[in-house]
Design a protein around this ligand. Sequence first.
Ligand SMILES: [Zn+2]
Length: 326
Amino acid sequence: MTHTDFMTLAITMASGCKPDDPKTTPCVGAAIALGEEVVALACRGKEDHAEKIALDIAYGRGVDLTQAVVYTTLEPCVGGVRRQRNESCADRLIAAKVKKVVVGIHDPNISVCGKGFLRLQEGRIDTELFPSNLAEQIKRLNRDFILAQQRIGARITSHKNHKDGEFIPIPSGGEIELKGTWTNPPSDGERLCAIVRTGTQWWPQHELKLIAGSTNEWSTVINIGQYGLHIISIGKLNRLGMALFDYYSTVSNVHIRWRADLRRKYSDPHLKLEPSPWIGIELSGSEPPKGIDIEDSICLNVLPPTIPPVTPANQPEGASGSGPRH
Ligand SMILES: [Zn+2]
């Protein structure tokens, strides 16, 4: 068998995987070659990774792994992402002193990607990647997994003890603290922000901040300036989103300063300024601004503390008030 045959064999093994949840579990295949012979084949099990299973088979057969080449369709995992540190496939391959590891694709989890390679190289193991046409086949097999991993996986957990889209009252306007989790930590320079919609207006909010002492819990403050239905979304700002948020904050600050100047110069009855200095982003549809990749949303119906909850059917038309404060 040739080098390409071994890679194809590993892909065939991967295609035999039937994960319960393809978003969280990848399809991975591994083949171990000694010269032109295959000495072990494995695909990812429910618990064990393909590389571990293949190595165990090779050990069972008493194979001299120092001359073996391991073909795996996914970058071997590293200690940081395993529950038990010394359980990583990269460390197992180093301990086995295999000659070379040939990898199908990098780990699509952006916080892990490349670390398996670095770990193997630190362990003085030669590494190589599958050619792009074979990598394409692996990506097709793992489309859901790759998509899910490349999202931050941010979820809102507070105010979430209700079905999505249900209306829940919160006592009054002002600030509410929103909490949640994320599966993949944002990379350097990535901004995760909240945005609120009331009617056709969108109100940029603040960044999601990691809660001290936690690795995957965030909190942020949402400014609620009016009663009525609020759609609160969290998402990653792409470059357009960052420009939009920066533009919004600059324009808002200028707006507020000029209003204050006007108020100093003229009496309020003469000016008749709108009650709130805050201006939202006006969009025609219910879709969020293009610059934000939404990860999760909740619906809140903000009610005055003295008024009992209303159902969507008798929700007053165009409930008005002041916009969010920042
Ligand atoms: Zn592994």
